[in-house]
Design a protein. Sequence first.
Lengths: 684, 658
Amino acid sequence: MSQHDTHDDDVMGKAFDARLMRRLVHFLKPYWKMFLVCVLLILVLSGVQIGLPYITKIAIDDFLTLPWAVVTLDSAPHVGDPIALDEGRYLVRTNEVPADTRKRWELSGALTAKRYLFVPQGSAQEAVASRYPEAFTPVPGGSFASEEALRTLPAVDTIALRQGAITGVIRLAILFAIALVIRFLFGVAQVYLLQLTGQKVMYDMRRQIFAHVLRLPLSYFDRTPVGRLVTRVTNDVAAINEMFTSMLVNLFRDAFLILAVIAIMFHLEWKVALAILALFPFIVLAAFEFRRRVRSAYREVRRQIARLNANLQESISGMRIIQVFVQEIKANERFQKINVDKYSASMRQLLTFAVFRPLMSFLSSFAVALVIWYGGRNVLQGSLSLGALTAFIQYVRMLFEPILDLSQGYNVLQGAMAASERIFILLDESEEDRGGGEKIGNLQGKIEFRHVWFAYKDENWVLKDVFFTVAPGSSVAIVGPTGSGKTTIIRLLLRMYQIQKGEILLDGVAIEKLDLAFLRSRMAVVLQEVFLFSGDIMENIRLYSEIPEEEAMEAARFANASFVEELPNGYQTEVKERGVTLSVGERQLLSFARAMAFKPQILVLDEATASIDSQTESVIQRSLEKIMEGRTSIVIAHRLSTIRKSDNIIVLHNGKIIEEGTHEELISLRGLYAALHALQFAEG
Amino acid sequence: MLLLEYLDTVSTDYTALIVIDKSKPSVQRQPWRKMLRVLAFVQRHKRQENVARSGHSLSGIIVITRTFKLRLFLFRVRSLSMDRLTGWLWRYRRRVLFGFLSLLVVDGAALIVPLVIRGAIDRLASGEGGVLTSGLYIVGLAAVVMLFRFLWRYFLIGSARQIERDLRSKLYQHLLRLSASFYNEHKTGDLMAHATNDIDAVSRACGFGVLTIADPIFMIPVAIGIMLSIDPRLTLYAIIPLPILTVFMLGFGKVIHRRFEVVQEAFSGLMEKVRENVAGIRVVKSFVQEEGTERDFAATNSTFIDKNMALVRMWGLFEPLIELLGGATMAIVLWAGGISVISGSISLGDFVAFSQYLMMLTWPMISLGWAVNIIQRGRASLERINRLLAAEPEIVDSPHPQATHGSKIEIKNLTFSYPSRDGNAPALSNIDLKIEEGTTLGLVGLTGSGKSTLVRMIPRVFDPPPGCVHLGGEDVHDLSLAVLRGMIGFVPQDPFLFSASIAENIAFGNPGANTDQVQQAARLAGIHDEIIAFPEGYETRVGERGIALSGGQKQRVAIARALLLVPQILIFDDPLSAVDAEREAFILSNLREFFRGRTAIIIAHRLSAVMHADRIVVLDKGQIVERGTHAELLARGGIYRSIWDLQQAEREVNGEPA
């Protein structure tokens, strides 16, 4: 049944808008220091992240492999602490030979891949070496052994010979552990701080939006569904928070990580780095294409879920109708169709993931293979160390995650931009006019409507030239058919809407000149449909004001709402969501109590038409008479008793006052009121 | 004769429908699957045997083969185990099996890669070449991994999606069968939660949960086996932190989940706070409570922040701690493995391969803990869904539906209490009432006097005790529900409309109706003129996404919906309360022609709506206190008379001029 389920909220625009961003940053300003600390922490974290594979690289190159090699040259080299073996052959410390020199030697065949251990004369290891004359060849300044020869030695002796390397590895392992602890501590601090900042920003935004919403003119609420405003304050703010906390900060981290990895790869060997970078465009392309598809698939899934939930919700609430009209089969067909649509959408989403995720990891493995092949050739040529090669393998893996993350960031950014656009449109709505600020010291309660014209929209006049006066302390009943403009009069008096022509005066002062809060606080309004807030009865009587409990109870008793005292928890009884536990009549009485608690000079009342049993009816009637006593009252009246007791009756028809006077006057006038009266009487 | 016995316990009726012939093997052999389907059908409808009568027929000859007994047994076992996750997975066993096999291939190929790297490094260390071959091996393995990763995702996660689809479908069909009393006791929100969150949890358990359990089962032993073959001592050192990871995830996952739920709750609280204040904005503004409301909101707002930070305190530890423990294994490898390389007991290639295996192990060890949580949650959710599925519909179809004779309604000594409100006085007591075919009954009484309850007994929205309510000479329990309800055009108090076009709503009970018929019904209900005044006329959508109809408009659409059924019986439960008296009178006089020849019950608040009825009954506290025609009741001077007088006085001022 429901084909039109697309939310206008789902429409996505561009991912970046400088104007919106500037306004968003405004919210961040109070917390910029915290934000900065987060970014700094992230820089440190990325540094540590990059450092870990490098520690392994050092361990491999300096300690796990033997450092000495034999080079055949015409004259002794200037680098690598050369030790002359015999004519033209020198033992050199390879890790101290510059890469280009090494490479030259490699290419000319002067340097071989074989590695040796050199034990200098007078060192602690000399004693061990001297026990294996078949392995160690004496040279000036010490003795040396090949890797193969060393393997023949028992492990204890190998360890003794290489004590220095072992100490070095242990030191590096400790360094590695320290780096881990730093990463842990900084990582925890970073997450906590970032979230705290985000939450504080959210708190401020929600507060500001909510405060703004409360002060919007009623005309805004008339044209905006409740759900939309709820979304602004809750979900839209959450989308922006996600951008601040996950995306913006990750952007720094990912960008920094990518740059750092690329830099360190170039430092290790620029040719291999360049080869990896050649893959970069494919990876980025695949990542962004993946995100694009995921995005559209995800949106489709969301749309189908919304349809499914809407259908389900409606089926459950309308189950009685479905069953009574014997439409179970049809309802089931409809549901199953949506269910299958949702299934297909989620399968499409699954396929996207199933294709792209493995593809990304294939690309990552491909890069590793490239490192092994091309890097391996460089190792053989001597321009890349083995440690650097293994580090390369790890760095390649490190390069991939941030790219995927970054492409994800685009989605978040787009969502946040759309959300902030909606929020700013709301914040740019002008608030209702708070009035001229005047207050009346000793309010009498005289109300005058002078030639008031009003239309909710354009020139569709709801009130036309309405003119009447309510003397202080007197009551006026407004009578007329639905749509004649009765409720509008009440709304205008409270300045819920601005009139187009004419004047409304309170004690002779135009209400626009009065302070809005002052104006409204002098009047108590009882609306036809009683709105109860969640919370207990006491809270519903005094709302958020400082009215003492005792006074609130007094007001309740005065308004005949004594039923409250018979409830198990008295005034502390919770009125569950929308006050379902209370009857219509009881709610009406509660609203009288609420009105009384605020001690108004003027009472504005829209009499309930809802069906109430006669006993409650008479209680309400008596209560009504009591609360109107001695107050200026404007009542939209439905009950004859209320009308008769009013000092004045206004008969409204199509926004115009046709007749005015007391019941007797109007009857004797033989006009519409009388005709109405007679007609009703005769027909019955 | 197992099957015959089985069918006997189900229903004797079906033995006649299904021919079971073991002695004649020449009869067409059906695959056992089909037989089971027939059998399942029988089983499903054992309480609704009218299915056969209402058009469905069982045409299929079951031949009992030797293996049938076994199949039947398996079928029963399987339908029992449907209450469990494994039962659902069994249903898609082929896909799940393919998924598992693909997973094995992926893991196998992935486990070879470090060995290739080891070979390459060792050859490089000794100055040999052959790196191109190694590179090609890796690319080849990666290609295999890619292909089979696609397959396991497709098969395993795909079957979870199918389970989700089927479970939701099953739940919905069950909901369609449940009675009004069930919906009185269960909140819509809770039912929605079962149909969304719980089903999601089951789906996650069947897909991601099963995957993350299956993956480590193969991966961990093989990886550890290879590592042991490289260096047993080093392996023991290095894997020490890993079980800690799993245990940590187990406990941690639970705490995080709990806190996450608290955050969700706080978020709902926040939403509700905003919703409430926006909905009550008139009150807020009238009583100048903007600042107080703001203060109150600030409290809710900061509660939400607090709950969020409580989650962050745990969740913020999560990733760093995993990285710490995962990193610790690497530090151990660097230390102990480094010494092993130096002492010559392992090669450099071994060292690199070792670290790669450890990296591969970290994730499965983490996810193992995670998966246990996910599966536990899925199981709990499935249990909740099963409880819902176990709820038996209270109102079930008659096993031997009778035909009705006319539309006379007879209520004999009916006493009824709502099951959920025990202790209170019965909602209806000792009601005796006869509504002759073709007559109209007016039902009058104060709020809560039992009028709505009484009329709901007739279409069995609530079930009357047997023998009390008769329609066309038969107890309503002896009629097929579809037939019974199909006879009645019901207009409920609350005119529920679906979010669809007005035309679709009117044709709800009679989807085959043409435009003319729909418009005719709307005219009769006095709503046609207002509908064509909308820009899109009858195609105007109502409900959430459409226009908001007024209460009176909704009520009249609901009337049109009932009229379009052209029912033999009409029940109006105060359907014009939101329409003014003038229009009510106008509509009812229009309908008088339609009512001719039909049996009708009209509940109304305004007596003007029932005064023309053939008979009027006054209910008070669940009992009939007065009955007669309008004139008789006025003359009697009882409750009816006093309501009449009151309303007359009110009408003096309340009506609209013509």
